[in-house]
Ligand binder design. Structure first.
Ligand code: ZN
Length: 191
């Protein structure tokens, strides 16, 4: 049953949505692609449908994910990119054969070389990560202000002052924590 697995958090940027499949890296971490089927589900939601995935392919996907996370974290903090992470990202980018195709409606879709080719899907994610980390897109990489999260996210706000990877989760949790602290300090002001 799929309901037993943690839900996906979807964002507008493929690479950081992918790194978001592991959340709370510095707290009680939540693995959102715990099984090959869940990676298949995640890829389908993100326009990269494959019909099968082995545990080795899942391992590769997670290795890519953590490499993107490491490189994006370094980029967000103006640190040197970890060589091993760069190697994995480049390897995944080079390994797959996916073609961008234009639909009659003018939308971009990805066509994978074969329906069982998780590597093709990973190459699309890797190349998305490369464009984000290389600063080619309009936005900046930043780290979530939540100490248990510290997820790398792509800030496209005009002022570039976004603090949370996801307002609905980390942002809200912070708001709630502040509210509860206030309650404790001054219980009668509660509404
Ligand atoms: Zn966060």
């Amino acid at each position: 049953m799929r309901g037993q697995f943690p839900a996906f958090r979807l964002g507008n940027v493929l690479a950081t949505s992918f790194t978001g499949t592991l959340s709370e890296r510095h707290g009680d971490s939540v693995e959102r692609i715990p099984t090959p089927q869940r990676l298949i589900d995640w890829l389908a939601v993100n326009g990269l449908a494959v019909d099968s995935c082995s545990t080795a392919q899942l391992d590769l996907a997670r290795e890519l994910r953590e490499s993107i996370h490491a490189a994006a974290t370094a980029a967000a903090t103006q640190g040197a990119l970890p060589a091993s992470a760069v190697r994995v990202i480049n390897g995944c980018s080079a390994q797959g054969r996916a073609a961008a195709v234009l639909t009659p409606e003018g939308e971009r879709r990805w066509r994978l070389s074969s329906a069982s080719c998780v590597e093709d899907a990973l190459s699309v994610i890797a190349s998305d990560a490369i464009s984000v980390i290389a600063g080619e897109r309009d936005g900046t990489l930043a780290l979530c202000a939540s100490p248990t999260c510290r997820a790398a996210f792509f800030d496209t706000s005009r002022s570039r002052t976004r603090k949370w990877c996801d307002m609905n989760t980390c942002g809200n949790r912070r708001k709630k924590a502040r509210f509860n602290a206030k309650q404790r300090e001054n219980p009668r002001s509660a509404e």
